[in-house]
Design a protein. Structure first.
Length: 89
């Protein structure tokens, strides 16, 4: 396929960033970031947000609270998702 494309969106913990139609994984680069701040569940124990993606585009999205990783968010006003961008050419 000629040309290039960029996709963005929201993605949950354990999901895989989708490949744009017509592109293979080796034609693309991707990243994730926190789209929301779940701070507020137990603010005295909040140890930081997590947004990671591996070489297979699998996402780790959540936060640490009392030394434990928690996926998503405990807050009902937040989706608990991360933002992603994938660029292919």
């Amino acid at each position: 396929m000629a040309g290039s494309t960029v996709l963005t969106g929201l993605i949950g913990n354990g999901q895989q960033i989708p490949l744009p139609t017509g592109f293979s994984q080796n034609q693309c680069t991707w990243s994730v970031s926190n789209s929301e701040n779940p701070h507020g569940w137990k603010p005295n124990y909040f140890a930081g947000s997590v947004a990671k993606v591996d070489t297979n585009r699998m996402v780790l999205c959540g936060f640490y609270d009392e030394y434990n990783f928690l996926a998503g968010s405990h807050r009902t006003d937040l989706s608990g998702k991360c933002s992603y961008v994938i660029s292919c050419q």
